[in-house]
Design a protein around this ligand. Sequence first.
Ligand SMILES: NC(=O)c1ccc[n+]([C@@H]2O[C@H](COP(=O)([O-])OP(=O)(O)OC[C@H]3O[C@@H](n4cnc5c(N)ncnc54)[C@H](OP(=O)(O)O)[C@@H]3O)[C@@H](O)[C@H]2O)c1
Length: 301
Amino acid sequence: METQMRGKVVLITGGTGGIGKATALGIAKLGATTVVVGRNKERAEAALAEIKAQSGNPKVDLILADLSSQADIRKLADEFTSRYDRLDVLLNNVGGLYAKRWETVDGVEASFAMNHLNVHLLTTLLLPTLKASAPSRIINVNSSGHRFAKVNFDDLFAEKWYRGLDIYVNSKLVNLLVSYELARRLAGSGVTVNIADPGGAMTDMTNGMTPEMVPWFMAMAWPLFRVFQRGQTVEKAAVSSIYLASSPDVEGVTGRYFNPSGKEVKSSGASYDQIASRRLWDITEQLLANSPAVSTVRASA
Ligand SMILES: NC(=O)c1ccc[n+]([C@@H]2O[C@H](COP(=O)([O-])OP(=O)(O)OC[C@H]3O[C@@H](n4cnc5c(N)ncnc54)[C@H](OP(=O)(O)O)[C@@H]3O)[C@@H](O)[C@H]2O)c1
């Protein structure tokens, strides 16, 4: 175990499987107290044991929560702050790509909830702890697919039309726009917000993809696309998140997008539309209006 992150506390959503687990292992190897969030108890406990054994770091902890549920997200934030008095890195890694449209217990379209809303709510709830721990970092995991996305203000919750991958990338673009808005609002606070693009990897998410979920040109080249996907490892996909969580090179850097190698690059032109960012920020806050946490960000903005 290296010691580069000893004394730091890192919280990783979706840290018990896929890219998030590889990210958690990388961060645990650097010596940080690594708190992973997953939903399935058995799988989470197995992941925890594996991360501890492979990293040689005993300070790996678990909080169970279903991040599609706002009540669970609030419980997660309470549980975290009752166990820890600092948070150096919040790594919003979890995401969701679904074959069919469904709504969460809160009545929100699931792609929007899993790729955007959970990130905003958890971040908002943990912001006081992040500020008290400054300099601290928020890392939101996005997707290069955002480059093919658009924000459909007329059908933000995919009520009129649904195709899995399109709605997934659209919700990733929504999160990117709101992440940049958060970075602007937190300027000077000591809390940075950056975006990690993992590239691709074979995980539960990508294993669940079917030709019906993708545009026709991808469906046509489906066997080729799957071969390409199989060549991508979770370890490689974790590089940008681990870099953003640990590197002194990005201390104080905020509102930037990093490619799968951890190199800063521009995101899509649409992602820099500040009018859309503010509009989505307001919509997000309205959706979470019953959450007592929302006023925290508004007050500090
Ligand atoms: N894989 C790719 O090719 C790819 C490409 C671009 C971007 N990304 C992005 O990278 C991130 C990680 O993707 P991934 O492919 O590793 O995803 P994944 O395999 O689906 O992630 C699995 C992890 O997410 C957790 N999880 C799933 N749904 C959850 C929920 N409702 N509540 C709490 N935890 C939940 C799982 O916990 P349980 O096992 O307990 O359910 C597990 O820890 C996502 O943001 C994704 O959009 C991935």
